[in-house]
Design a protein around this ligand. Structure first.
Ligand code: UTP
Length: 292
C-alpha cells in the first residue's frame, strides 16, 4: 500500500468560548491575541511547519473574521506600500500566504466530534491533522511536526498526549496505554475515557488538542451517540475506530498552554512575551521592577 501523507489540517473553531466571556461575546476565542498574533495563527503556523498544505477551519455564525484574517487585505497592503512601511507590509502579506485556507460551518456547537465531522467532504479519503487552536504548544520542533514524523512510521492514528498529575486528569480525555518498546514516546492505546471521575483514571496520560486521524474516523463519528456533557465526543469516535485500527498516543516534547482558559492564557502571554525578540528584554526589565 502507498504511504499515506498528512496534507490537511482541521481546526475546530466553532465553539462558544464561554469560559472567556465577556471577551468572546462577539470576538471568537480563537482570535484572542497572544502577544501579537491571534491564537489560531499559532496553530496554522504549526500545521504548515508540519508540512500541511491545506487548512480547514470549522467555524460558525459570526466567526468569519477568522477567514478574513488569513485572506489578502488589498486595502491594507496598498496603504502600507504607499507609506513605504515595508516591514509591516511583509507581516501582513505573510499571513495570507501561509497556506490554502478552506472553511466549513458547524451550525450548532454539538461537540468536538461533530465539529470534526463537518470537515468530512473537504478532507476526503486521506489522513489529516486536527489542531485545537486554544491549546498552544511551545516546542523546539513544532508539536504537529513531531507527530507527523511518528505517523510516517506508524501509518496509524496518533493522539498528542502528556502526563497530567493527580485529579487534574479528570478534565481531559485519558488513555489506557503501554509505551512501545522500540519508541517509548509512542503509546499503544487499549482504551480511553473522556473526563474520568477522580480515582477511576486508567493512567495519567491525557489527550491534548493535537490529533492525526485516518479517514475512517468519519464513519465512526457518523454512528456515535452523544457522550459526556451531551456532546458528540471525538474520543468516542476514536474509541470506535480502535475496533478496526491501531491507535497510538504520542508523548510530545514541549510545553502546552491552555489558552482557552483565562489563567492559562495569562501564563502563556507572559511566557511568550518574555521570549519575544522585540519585547522580551523590555518586558523582563519591567516585570523585575513590578511590585508583586
Ligand atoms: P472548547 O471546549 O475548549 O471550546 O473546545 P469552547 O466550547 O468554545 O469553550 P468553552 O468551554 O465554552 O469556554 C476546544 C475547541 O473545539 C472547538 C472550539 O471552538 C475550540 O476551539 N469546538 C468545540 C467546536 O468547534 N465545536 C464544538 O461543538 C465544540
Amino acid at each position: 500500500m502507498a504511504t499515506m501523507k498528512v496534507r490537511k489540517a482541521v481546526f475546530p473553531a466553532a465553539g462558544m468560548g464561554t469560559r472567556f466571556l465577556p471577551a468572546t461575546k462577539v470576538t471568537p476565542k480563537e482570535m484572542l491575541t497572544l502577544v501579537d498574533k491571534p491564537l489560531i495563527q499559532y496553530g496554522v503556523e504549526e500545521a504548515v511547519a508540519a508540512g500541511c498544505e491545506e487548512i480547514i477551519l470549522v467555524t460558525s455564525r459570526g466567526k468569519s473574521i477568522m477567514e478574513d484574517h488569513f485572506d489578502k487585505s488589498a486595502e491594507l497592503e496598498a496603504s502600507l506600500e504607499a507609506k513605504g512601511k515595508t516591514a509591516l507590509l511583509e507581516i501582513a502579506r505573510a499571513v495570507s500566504k501561509l497556506a490554502k485556507i478552506n472553511s466549513t460551518r458547524q451550525a450548532e456547537a454539538l461537540g468536538l466530534g461533530h465539529a470534526v465531522l463537518q470537515a468530512k467532504s473537504l478532507v476526503g479519503n486521506e489522513p489529516f491533522a486536527v489542531i485545537l487552536p486554544d491549546d498552544i504548544v511551545d516546542a523546539q520542533v513544532p508539536c504537529m511536526k513531531q507527530m507527523v514524523e511518528a505517523f510516517n512510521e506508524t501509518q496509524a492514528s496518533i493522539l498528542g498526549s502528556e502526563i497530567v498529575e493527580g485529579d487534574a486528569i479528570s478534565a481531559y480525555g485519558c488513555l489506557a496505554c503501554t509505551p512501545d518498546p522500540k519508541n517509548p514516546k509512542l503509546l499503544a492505546v487499549s482504551d480511553m475515557v473522556e473526563k474520568p471521575k477522580p480515582g477511576t483514571q486508567p493512567s495519567q496520560n491525557a489527550i491534548i488538542g493535537r490529533y492525526i486521524l485516518t479517514p475512517r474516523i468519519f464513519d465512526m463519528l457518523e454512528t456515535i451517540t452523544p457522550g459526556a456533557g451531551g456532546e458528540l465526543q471525538l474520543t468516542d469516535g476514536i474509541k470506535a475506530l480502535m475496533q478496526y485500527e491501531k491507535v497510538y498516543g504520542f508523548t510530545y516534547e514541549g510545553k502546552r498552554h491552555d489558552a482557552g482558559d483565562k489563567l492559562g492564557f495569562l501564563k502563556a502571554t507572559v511566557e511568550f512575551a518574555l521570549k519575544n525578540e522585540q519585547l522580551g528584554d523590555k518586558f523582563r526589565a519591567w516585570l523585575k521592577e513590578f511590585p508583586l
